[in-house]
Ligand binder design. Structure first.
Ligand SMILES: *Cc1c(COP(=O)(O)O)cnc(C)c1O
Length: 383
């Protein structure tokens, strides 16, 4: 990323061309299905609205979110594409969501009753996605209760209060494409879908997240729901060179202070690192309040790309800042330090962070907090 003086002190730069590229790759791999771009958790930390617009421009025809608030934020931004929201309490008020033409998932008869109450208040039919628990044991109706749910749903349809758009479910082990649970979950989904069809309903079926979209064409059904791959992070953890995807987020900050420090000085809280010789230290204003986990540098292995080289972060990650050892190199205040990015210039990747932290790249990017880190979009369609 170019060293631009106008860049913010700390920013997550989101490449919308990468988002579009990734959506196109996913579309090409699932030509028979529609594509729902999952933009929950503020677009996995990338910004739900710009990501949604870029994904729709590249051929996504649906959007998926977790909460009613996330759904209504997209509608408030003027986005009119079909939009599904899937995790609610049975005592939430669904009136506004129905009025805003948000499709709603239901996971129990109580949830269905609450959604129908919202539909009556909104004065229009609600578009339902009936979720069946096929083996993740999270949300969704247990197969044993499915017939009762269908009775209620069919009655609501007959009364003009609802439309059953889909029967759907979510996979437990999609990142292990040959795990036997995938076939079992698909068979249970199909059985639930058939039961709905036998009652005269005409729902579509959807099951696949990003990993299944990329590896299990037999599970695409009518619609695929990729999330992480839209953002360019490989759901199968393939190295960048082997992945068709392009990471969209670069986390970077401008150096706030540069100073020479003599040998033998402790650096950062607890003095876990001490200068071996006189050296130049650069202060980078990103810390654990911004999504740089404190444990990322517990082994002293955190690196940043700064002034043309990959350099070590020394001492503890603080709430607001880290210290980079630059030796005798000419680093200046205002220079841009890249914490992670696509890896094109040798900078660490979100996958590198995840490996170091013993977690998944999902957690790395969703941990970048929009209230502290400026989000900047670049690429076609940026606005
Ligand atoms: C988050 C989520 C997805 C997307 O999952 P990825 O692994 O990011 O592709 C799809 N469906 C549901 C129900 C989800 O919660």
């Amino acid at each position: 990323m170019a060293d631009r003086p106008e860049s913010a002190r700390a920013e997550a730069v989101v490449d919308l061309d990468a988002i579009r590229h990734n959506v196109r790759v996913l579309r090409e791999g699932a030509p028979g299905a529609e594509l729902m771009a999952v933009v929950k958790a503020d677009g996995y930390g990338h910004g739900a609205v710009p990501v949604a617009r870029a994904a729709l421009a590249a051929g996504a025809s649906w959007l998926g979110v977790c909460t009613l608030e996330e759904a209504l934020d997209l509608r408030a931004a003027g986005i009119t594409a079909p939009l599904l929201s899937w995790l609610h309490l049975p005592d939430e008020d669904f009136t506004e969501a129905v009025a805003a033409d948000v499709d709603l998932s239901v996971s129990s008869r109580a949830h269905l009753a609450a959604v129908l109450a919202g539909a009556r208040r909104a004065g229009r039919a609600v578009r339902l996605h009936l979720k069946v628990d096929t083996g993740l044991s999270r949300s969704g109706v247990q197969p044993a209760d499915w017939a009762d749910l269908l009775d209620d749903a069919a009655k609501a349809v007959a009364e003009g209060e609802a439309e059953v758009v889909a029967v759907w479910s979510h996979l437990a082990c999609a990142d292990t494409p040959d795990h036997p649970s995938l076939d079992r979950q698909a068979a249970r989904l199909t059985a639930a879908w058939r039961a709905a069809c036998e009652r005269g309903l005409t729902p579509i079926r959807h099951l696949a997240n990003a990993a299944a979209t990329m590896t299990r064409p037999d599970l695409h059904f009518d619609l695929v729901r990729p999330g992480i791959a839209i953002y360019g992070l490989d759901p199968l953890d393939r190295p960048a060179a082997e992945s068709p995807l392009r990471p969209a987020m670069t986390l970077r900050a401008r150096v706030a202070l540069v100073k020479r420090v003599p040998a033998g000085e402790g650096v950062s809280y607890g003095h876990e690192w001490t200068t071996l010789r006189e050296t130049t230290l650069a202060l980078v204003p990103l810390g654990y309040a911004d999504g740089v986990p404190r444990r990322l540098n517990r082994e002293g292995r955190m690196r940043v790309l700064l002034a043309g080289a990959v350099r070590p972060v020394v001492g503890r990650v603080c709430m607001d800042q880290v210290v980079v050892d630059c030796g005798n190199d000419p680093v200046r205040e205002g220079d841009v330090a890249v914490l992670f990015g696509p890896g094109d210039h040798g900078e660490p990747t979100a996958q590198d962070w995840a490996d170091e932290l013993g977690t998944i790249h999902y957690e790395v990017v969703t941990g970048v907090h929009g209230n502290r880190v400026t989000r900047t979009t670049v690429g076609g369609g940026a606005r």
